[in-house]
Design a protein around this ligand. Sequence first.
Ligand SMILES: NC(=O)c1ccc[n+]([C@@H]2O[C@H](COP(=O)([O-])OP(=O)(O)OC[C@H]3O[C@@H](n4cnc5c(N)ncnc54)[C@H](O)[C@@H]3O)[C@@H](O)[C@H]2O)c1
Length: 324
Amino acid sequence: MEIKIGFIGCGGIGNAHMSILSQIPDVKLVGFCDADESKAKLASEKYGGKIYNDYKKMLNEIEIDACYICLPPFAHQGQEELCIEKNIPIFVEKPIHLNKNKAKKIIEKIKEKNLINAVGYQDRYQNIIAYIKPFFSENNLGFFTGWWVGGMPGVYWWRRKEMSGGQVVEQTTHIFDMSRYLIGEPVELFSVKRTGLMKEFEGYNVEDASAVSVYFENDVFGVIFSGCFLNTSGKVGLDFYFKDKVIEYIERQKVKINYGNKIEEIYETEENLLLKEDSAFIEAIKTKNQSLIKSSYEDAYKTLVFTLSANEAMEKNKIVKIKY
Ligand SMILES: NC(=O)c1ccc[n+]([C@@H]2O[C@H](COP(=O)([O-])OP(=O)(O)OC[C@H]3O[C@@H](n4cnc5c(N)ncnc54)[C@H](O)[C@@H]3O)[C@@H](O)[C@H]2O)c1
């Protein structure tokens, strides 16, 4: 069964998915759309397929079995809705949107059509995460800390809050999502932020650093730090303090479990997480089995609301209840 795929957004992560998908048997890349047509052309030269700069034209002209939507956060403006209208399964890169009401409507439309859908939180597919996940049902986690602390990504839209949503929404979202995946649902939070360190970038208006303290429904609490001001290497991951062990998770690398009398260190064995994630999406389409997907649009919506709530607390300097 051949799966024909179209792409909306042919930049950094779009190209990463194209390269993976081109290695999966039965997958054919048939259309590339980018506002910058030269990027669609480059993809077409590599993989074949038609070139577009207007997603409506692409979706009206060619038949596809799935669409990858790999747009910057601000650019989600009807692409998902039209795919769903045309019964096309969607893979959407995180963060799924900047507008939670529009994202909520997209969930309803997906449900009406019962369409296969996935979001690019690939960290959920790690073997080290499958290994530690059962510990979280033992109900003896006290609290956790999380970080995405490093330098500023180079894409032009990242440094504009109205385009990217800021670091919490665009980048540390992987850490917020992992906290939900392992611990449960967050209930309320408070955030603080720091500005004034990044003076050298024209037009920069995102916070340089933030800390979000959050309570979960099971009384666990945690603090998630973000920082994009470092000129040196930083830290990305989470630490979990259980009654009988401490788990340090370094994103996409390893977990170290300290039991007091012994230390277990386990390295991630999955060489290519995108391959695992994309293969799951393709298999879900072929078998019409949404349960193969570890991050659905509806689930990713909750992570979006979590991070937008953190932004709200940062702006208003008040405790925010997380309302889906
Ligand atoms: N899962 C991950 O690990 C991961 C990694 C990187 C990026 N991402 C996410 O993927 C998304 C894209 O990031 P990127 O690094 O590929 O950005 P990018 O800027 O490299 O690529 C985005 C592309 O979209 C195109 N574009 C913009 N507006 C458009 C529109 N209206 N119609 C069609 N094309 C349009 C741009 O011309 C560009 O080629 C972001 O939301 C980012 O957070 C996820």
